[in-house]
Write a new protein. Structure first.
Length: 293
């Protein structure tokens, strides 16, 4: 009974917090200046099939990565379009980002010629300017929001050949299927939107993700028994999954860990949503006489 009483006693406090957050003038975070607002797609929570990234070994032979069924509990808030050359140039102007190497003849094209550090620098700068929290998506988040645009990168090796070259050649052949080179970035919307409303997924500009490359060993049951992570190489999502050295700015110049290099490297960010706890803390600050501004 004591526990039940405590829960009931706490309910009005929670209800007050939720109600107060909806009151005019009471907010958990600062309003965003329109000049820093990016068009965002709210991808709802759900489940999806996810082919793990990296290299997998079973019985000392290359094999395909395991397929897992995963859930996204809170959904993903992600930029509908990739960061444009004009957007990135503002960060360069303030000396917070390095100038991109890409051919940016038009300011409304996706920025290209940026490496993993450039993408993170831009995310940090935009977070400060907007008052929102921006970051690179993980590979799993990218696959989830890409939906039907994702190509399963299974090679059907099944550990039949111990020669690593077999895997590399198979990956190259798979990634080059119906993939005529098209190096020139296209204006936003050129590749349409997918079923989740995200634009230009699987176009000719790849998105950096925060996920590190790993080399894993599978046991007889198909579970990962050992894994070595290499964060000097990161996963990029696009027409196919690519593994890129973190300092590479032009995929075509080399640095792809296996298979075909992506045509272009660009940026698409996730907006981190404040937790209920952070909102409650903001409310407590307001109740104490220190309103959020």
């Amino acid at each position: 009974m004591k526990r039940a009483f405590a829960l009931c006693a706490g309910a009005p406090v929670v209800a007050l917090a939720v109600a107060a957050l909806a009151l005019p003038g009471i907010r958990a975070s600062a309003e965003v200046d329109p000049q820093w607002a990016a068009e965002v797609v709210a991808v709802a929570p759900g489940t999806f099939a996810y082919r793990l990234p990296g290299e997998y070994i079973a019985a000392n032979k290359p094999t395909d990565a395991p397929l897992r069924h995963m859930g996204v509990g809170r959904g993903v808030q992600i930029m509908k379009y990739q960061v444009t050359a004009a957007d990135y140039a503002r960060c360069v102007t303030e000396a917070r980002c390095k100038k991109a190497d890409g051919n940016q003849a038009a300011a409304d094209l996706p920025v290209t010629g940026v490496d993993f550090r450039d993408a993170n620098d831009y995310a940090a700068w935009l977070s400060e300017k907007s008052g929102q929290q921006w970051r690179l998506p993980s590979d799993a988040e990218w696959v989830y929001m890409a939906a039907e645009r994702v190509r399963d990168d299974t090679l059907k090796l099944n550990g039949n050949d111990a020669n690593p070259a077999t895997r590399w050649l198979a990956r190259y052949r798979k990634e080059s299927e119906n993939a005529a080179p098209d190096p020139q970035p296209k204006p936003r919307g050129s590749f349409g939107t997918n079923s989740k409303g995200v634009a230009d997924i699987g176009g000719n500009v790849w998105d950096w993700t925060s996920t590190c490359y790993n080399r894993s060993t599978l046991d007889t049951g198909g579970s990962v028994s050992q894994s070595v992570e290499n964060c000097g190489v990161r996963v990029a999502g696009g027409k196919h999954r690519a593994y890129m050295s973190f300092f590479i700015r032009d995929g075509k110049s080399g640095g792809c860990a296996a298979g075909m290099a992506p045509h272009n490297l660009g940026i698409r960010l996730v907006q981190e949503q404040p937790s209920y706890l952070s909102k409650l803390k903001a409310l407590v600050g307001w109740k104490a006489g220190a309103p959020s501004v």
